[in-house]
Ligand binder design. Sequence first.
Ligand code: COA
Length: 156
Amino acid sequence: MIAKTPSESYTEQVHMVNAADLNGYKRLFGGTLMAWIDIVAATTARRHAGTNVTTATIDTLNFLTPAYSNDLVVLTGKMTYVGNTSMEVCVKTYVEQYDGKRNLINEAHVVLVALDTDDKPTAVPPLAPQTDEEREEYEAGRRRKALRKKRSLEKY
Ligand SMILES: CC(C)(COP(=O)(O)OP(=O)(O)OC[C@H]1O[C@@H](n2cnc3c(N)ncnc32)[C@H](O)[C@@H]1OP(=O)(O)O)[C@@H](O)C(=O)NCCC(=O)NCCS
């Protein structure tokens, strides 16, 4: 299978926060943001795999700062690591200011698995990181995968 670069599947999604996206405290509802994160991760993974995908796990969801009505919320999805059938996507969420400056409000690592037409895990193209940062992310992704495996084994 021919390797793909992280930029080939890079995904960006923009929302202007409206009343339906808010919780009772008039901040962006965390569950809405989680749904947006899942969609961005799935789109990134689908673009890499070229198949249907399903979410296996989301590592961490740290809500660093709130977002409010009328804020421009930007989500970016970037492939960080690829196993045999699984892919790790880093989804970053920002609030974009009027001058274009972006403040990070959330960062999540999402693992998705590629599925064939029988809904079974299927192999994905290797990932070819191009920059030093992408190579570092790839190595960190490899370590996170090993850690997840260790944790799941410890459960049983
Ligand atoms: C994710 C799923 C397809 C894995 O199926 P499975 O038969 O357990 O597959 P395998 O054990 O062969 O693992 C396949 C790959 O997924 C990875 N994987 C499986 N479960 C995982 C988990 N909980 N966390 C991280 N990676 C996981 C494995 O490490 C493996 O990766 P690799 O091929 O790159 O080495 C299956 O558990 C599933 O369908 N879960 C429900 C997913 C879903 O419905 N998500 C929507 C949210 S409700």
